[in-house]
Design a binder for this molecule. Structure first.
Ligand SMILES: *Cc1c(COP(=O)(O)O)cnc(C)c1O
Length: 405
């Protein structure tokens, strides 16, 4: 077999469907977020403003975080040196897990090398090991949860997105004696909508089910201490597992679950994706701990972030640029056409020095292609005006419909 010809044919299929991904080659500038240098394929470069980062609060550039990471490197060196079980557990990991358990009001926490791995390993392990368990999964759950569920080979039901009534119907139709788990997110990444956590917990409770909440897009961002939507709504105690990432608002890298001591110890003891992999570098754990501690007591970043989101929405409204109205910090600017979406993104980058990645099918449904804009506390009023002005120019050039105020 000509393997490379096979690979090329597969890639050609993606190109023809408009789904071939091209990475922007960026160098972020410490202390100058959201500025970055973009390297072009021809070797030239340009300065750009990043408008699509999941470093929602700019903590990845914060002195609080980078100083803690540098100090940890000076104390401990680069890598962890092993799996958690075989010489890799560093004191910084222990401190981070204590910090996370406290953040979510749980007995225990367990860290993983990413949020993806935490969902995959925790759901995969719990669902594979509890005999006869049925999982109820929101229709828009993230790939990492879907893969964990698939890996477990347990019985799976998919309930309509954010629909507690459909969840109840599905649960009522199953054997009352079967153990059950309901898995969902708080803030959904692409539409920025928020789950009815309380209503979903009510249904889960009615059927004696465990609840598993992915707060990846909410930790650090919502709640008085950055514990997420469940903290804001006083619901953390109703969730069996709260999962999160250290790579988005906390600005570093890694993932985690929090829950009871027995549950976390169980996953620690049985999850292959936790056991057989090198522990996070101590410096990452130190940086994440510093970030979490800072966001537990500081409201400044969250307040400025809210202001920036409101300003971006207002600036888009002034130009009649349609964006999805949602109760979160994610601003989806709706283009509704894959090639125009890609073209606008390319021109924004090349001619305006504005970087927003286009979001096309299969990440979102066809005809809902969009630019997913994530304002941060560090975007200036000038940045916001330039973004809205550039979009207005391109809206005219593409003859796209304006929103009516
Ligand atoms: C990004 C994301 C993850 C994965 O987190 P990483 O730390 O980036 O691996 C999990 N769940 C959701 C909903 C996400 O958007």
């Amino acid at each position: 077999m000509d393997f490379d010809a096979f690979f090329e044919a597969g890639l050609q299929g993606l190109r023809e469907a408009g789904n071939y991904r091209v990475f922007a080659d960026l160098e972020r500038h410490h202390g100058a977020f959201p500025a970055a240098t973009r390297y072009r394929e021809d070797g030239s470069s340009q300065e750009v403003t990043v408008w699509c980062s999941n470093d929602y609060l700019g903590m990845g550039q914060s002195q609080v975080v980078t100083a803690a990471m540098k100090e940890a490197i000076d104390r401990c060196g680069a890598g962890a040196g092993g799996t958690r079980n075989i010489s890799g557990t560093n004191h910084y990991h222990v401190l981070l897990e204590q910090e996370l358990a406290d953040l979510h009001g749980k007995e225990s926490a367990l860290i993983f090398t990413s949020g993806y791995v935490s969902n995959w390993a925790a759901l995969g392990t719990l669902l594979a090991r509890i005999p006869g368990i049925i999982v109820y999964s929101d229709a828009l759950n993230h790939a990492s949860m879907i893969e964990g569920i698939r890996h477990s080979r347990c019985i799976k039901r998919v309930f309509r997105h954010n629909d507690p009534e459909h969840l109840r119907e599905l649960m009522a139709a199953d054997d009352p004696a079967a153990p059950k788990l309901v898995a969902f997110e708080s803030v959904y990444s692409m539409d920025g909508d928020i789950a009815p956590i309380s209503a979903l917990c009510d249904v889960a409770e009615e059927f004696g089910a465990m609840t598993y909440l992915d707060e990846v897009h909410a930790v650090g961002m919502y709640g008085a201490r950055g514990g997420g939507i469940a903290e804001r709504e006083g619901l953390m105690h109703r969730l069996t597992v709260i999962e999160g990432t250290l790579g988005k608002a906390f600005g570093v890298m890694g993932g985690y679950i929090t829950g009871s001591k027995a549950l976390c110890d169980f996953v620690r003891s049985f999850a292959s994706g936790f056991i057989f992999t090198t522990a996070l570098p101590p410096a990452l754990a130190a940086g994440a701990t510093a970030s979490i501690r800072h966001l537990k007591q500081s409201q400044l970043e969250r307040r400025r972030h809210k202001d920036a989101v409101a300003k971006v929405r207002a600036a888009l409204d002034r130009q009649g640029i349609p964006h999805m109205d949602n109760p979160s910090h994610i601003v989806p600017v709706m283009v509704g056409n894959a090639s125009k979406c890609k073209w606008i993104s390319d021109v924004l980058m090349d001619q305006y020095g504005i970087y927003v990645q286009p979001i096309n099918y299969p990440t979102v449904p066809v005809k809902t292609e969009r630019l997913r804009i994530t304002p941060t506390p560090l975007h200036s009023d000038g940045d916001i005006d330039r973004l809205a002005g550039a979009l207005s120019d391109l809206w005219s050039q593409c003859a796209l419909a304006r929103a009516v105020a």
